[in-house]
Ligand binder design. Structure first.
Ligand code: KIV
Length: 279
């Protein structure tokens, strides 16, 4: 069954947990979709996972549209949310609406996600007024990595915890249909989840949220380098990849691949004639 903004709200109300994973390409989106996930996030984390940058900051609208198109071709039933990249909405409400519109029109996404609280409420309102659902993102918002001085847990002080709660109420009031809470203490995320009528989707925010999101490379053992503390490895696909690739290299070098069953045949008469012609 097709997941929509209504499905997410219904699950918030019924207490059925919402499942979300990132995807950035057709093949992965298809596999995730076939598993019955509620939502796929085309995250600007693709800057790191797909493009090899250190942060999400260099990701462009063209990058996001390119990957969103691939994901929406593979996702039949998942609610596809596309991230608005750095500086595609902070600059003005006009830019926010135009760029959100491109992710829907050109990318085929069903909703957009943007980072920030009170400071982006005008943009959220304008995008929602254009009939585009908006998912907000609070806590550790990776596009603010330079302002935060690194990828750090947010909301541990009374002042910052109160600010995140206020921001959550403001983005709800502005019309957001859900909010991602990233790297905030579990008890703070629980309070926010109780206070909001829209769904909270946690990443590094404990199990008191209405749902969870993970970067798929982190949960499948495909991340090279640092894996965040909150990212449980549910399967080691990285090891499966390495095993398969090493076997391919070995069998190609020793000539056991390709075997008879991997090759195509031709009539011996034709081969004899070709050989005759070559003489
Ligand atoms: O870009 C992304 O993948 C995200 C998730 C970490 C929530 O925003």
């Amino acid at each position: 069954m097709k997941n929509t903004v209504a499905t997410i709200l219904k699950q918030k109300q019924s207490g059925e947990k919402i499942t979300m994973l990132t995807a950035y390409d057709y093949t992965t989106a298809r596999i995730i979709d076939e598993c019955g996930i509620n939502s796929i996030l085309v995250g600007d984390s693709l800057g790191m996972t797909m493009l090899g940058y250190d942060t999400t900051l260099p990701v462009t609208m063209e990058d996001m549209i390119h990957h969103t198109k691939a994901v929406t071709r593979g996702a039949e039933n998942a609610f596809v949310v596309a991230d608005m990249p750095f500086m595609s909405y902070q600059t003005s409400t006009y830019d926010a609406v135009v760029n959100a519109g491109r992710l829907i029109k050109e990318g085929g996404a069903s909703a957009v996600k943007l980072e920030g609280g009170a400071e982006v409420c005008e943009q959220i309102r304008a995008i929602v007024d254009s009939s585009i659902p908006v998912v907000a993102h609070l806590g550790l918002t990776p596009q603010s990595v330079n302002a935060f001085g690194g990828f750090k847990v947010q909301g541990k002080t009374l002042e910052r915890a109160k600010q995140i709660i206020e921001d959550a109420l403001k983005i709800q009031e502005a019309g957001a249909c859900a909010v991602v809470l990233e790297c905030v203490p579990a008890k703070l995320a629980e309070i926010i989840t109780e206070k909001l009528s829209i769904a909270t989707i946690g990443i590094g925010a404990g199990n008191g949220c209405d749902g969870q999101v993970l970067v798929y490379q982190d949960m499948l053992g495909l991340t090279t380098g640092h894996t965040p503390k909150f990212a449980k490895m549910f399967a080691d696909a990285g090891e499966a990849f390495r095993k398969g690739i090493n076997a391919y290299i070995e069998e190609t070098k020793n000539g056991t691949f390709p075997a008879q069953e991997h090759t195509f045949s031709i009539d011996d008469d034709i081969i004899a004639e070709i050989r005759g012609d070559l003489k």
